[in-house]
Write a protein that binds this ligand. Structure first.
Ligand SMILES: Cc1ncc(COP(=O)(O)O)c(C=O)c1O
Length: 373
């Protein structure tokens, strides 16, 4: 949290108006402009964003929604909460995102919508994936929790599909603590989402209590309690001013990892897109058998050396709740995710990571490989 963000939060606390109000309106404009999208609707989380975007599609109960299995569980819970049925899709071993062949095969049983996730910040080609699944881009919802700053060709993530969902969770590229946003090019969808995020009401509290406002409101749509607050908005506006620099720092850390790890045997480096821009939310390597030590042991040894790592992700179909919900058959045929998920390792990556820190991580990995060999 930057100094300016801390001061901005204090100003809002002292202002007498803490929930959604004028700061939220300004944040939405500034965030949309940073992304390159006509509209942004700020909400309580990326998970709520996905649920709202799905509800706005107005699909019949039980309609099928494709989603990668190698993803965070939030978007899959959102499909279930929206009364829809997740269909899990296997991923490509290199990009860790779904492939056109994978979505085409999964769509054969009928798909009403699809969630595309820009895994680790790698820009998934939304248009060609939609085409392969036989869907219009309006029926695609992007989970861009990792995708802020990514671009497919010249087009920024956030301007490609009907609705793109971002996260401002504490670990994300634009950290606010909690929060999310939906960008869209459709002003009618944006105004509907603004209603739906607050109980489907046509007037939020700020507008009701403005001079000349009225106490009256009507509930005109289905809705969640998923609004943003002006405290989040003020923090977000202050953080946004640093985002360009933070993105450059992330890319520089990724380039340093590439350079130092390329000669270490048994570590598969993350791919770079042929065109467009990687957001480098995460730096995910695969620990292959040639490394000589398995992924879990590597995590332990790195931790003993004071190096914290993580795993993105345990595939959705390996979690007991989703196995019960979807049944063994739906979880049986996801071989790539099953094979590669025990190899995935997210190395430290944040904008303040110094060159020395990256070198220490790479030296530790080199040592582990040498000792194993
Ligand atoms: C890919 C992905 N999607 C969605 C989410 C959920 O974001 P939020 O916590 O804002 O709901 C996360 C959170 O870690 C994530 O990694």
């Amino acid at each position: 949290m930057t100094e300016e963000a801390q001061q901005a939060a204090v100003c809002v606390l002292a202002s007498g108006w803490v929930t959604a109000g004028p700061e939220t309106v300004s944040f939405e404009k500034e965030f949309a402009s940073w992304v390159g999208a006509p509209e942004a609707v700020a909400v309580s989380s990326c998970t709520a964003a996905v649920e709202l975007a799905l509800l706005a599609l107005g699909l019949p109960t039980g309609a099928k929604v494709l989603t990668p299995t190698l993803t965070f569980c939030g978007a899959v819970h959102a499909i279930v909460h929206a009364g829809l049925r997740p269909v899990l899709v296997d991923v490509d071993e290199e990009t860790l995102t779904v492939s056109p062949e994978g979505v085409a095969a999964a769509a054969r049983s009928g798909a009403a919508a699809m969630i595309i996730q820009h895994m680790a910040g790698y820009p998934a080609n939304v248009t060609s994936l939609a085409e392969a699944a036989g869907l219009k881009t309006g029926s695609v919802i992007e989970d861009a929790a990792h995708g802020l700053g990514a671009a497919v060709g010249m087009q920024p993530v956030g301007s490609l599909s009907g609705a793109t969902c971002f996260s401002f969770y504490a670990t994300k590229a634009l950290p606010i603590g909690e929060g999310g946003a939906i960008t869209t090019g459709d002003p009618q969808l944006a105004s509907r989402l603004r209603r739906m995020r607050l109980h489907g009401m046509n007037q939020d509290a700020w507008r009701r209590y403005l001079p000349g406002g009225s106490w009256q409101y009507s509930v005109e749509d289905r809705g969640l309690k998923a609004n943003f607050t002006d405290i989040q908005a003020a923090i977000g506006r202050a953080q946004l001013r640093h985002l360009d620099r933070w993105q450059r720092c992330r890319a520089a850390v990724a380039a340093r990892y590439d350079a130092l790890l390329t000669a270490v045997p048994g570590i598969a480096l993350p791919p770079r897109p042929e065109s467009g821009r990687h957001a480098w939310h995460l730096y995910v390597v695969r620990i292959l058998p040639e490394f000589g030590v398995d992924r879990n042991t590597t995590i332990e040894i790195l931790a003993e050396n004071g190096i914290g790592t993580s795993v993105h992700f345990i595939p959705v179909h390996q979690h007991p709740y989703f196995r019960r919900l979807l049944g063994d058959d739906a979880c049986a045929c996801l071989p790539v995710a099953d094979r590669i998920s025990p190899q995935l390792l997210s190395l430290p990556l944040h904008p303040a990571l110094a060159d020395d820190d990256v070198e220490r991580v790479c030296a530790a990995l080199t040592r582990i490989a040498r000792q194993a060999g």
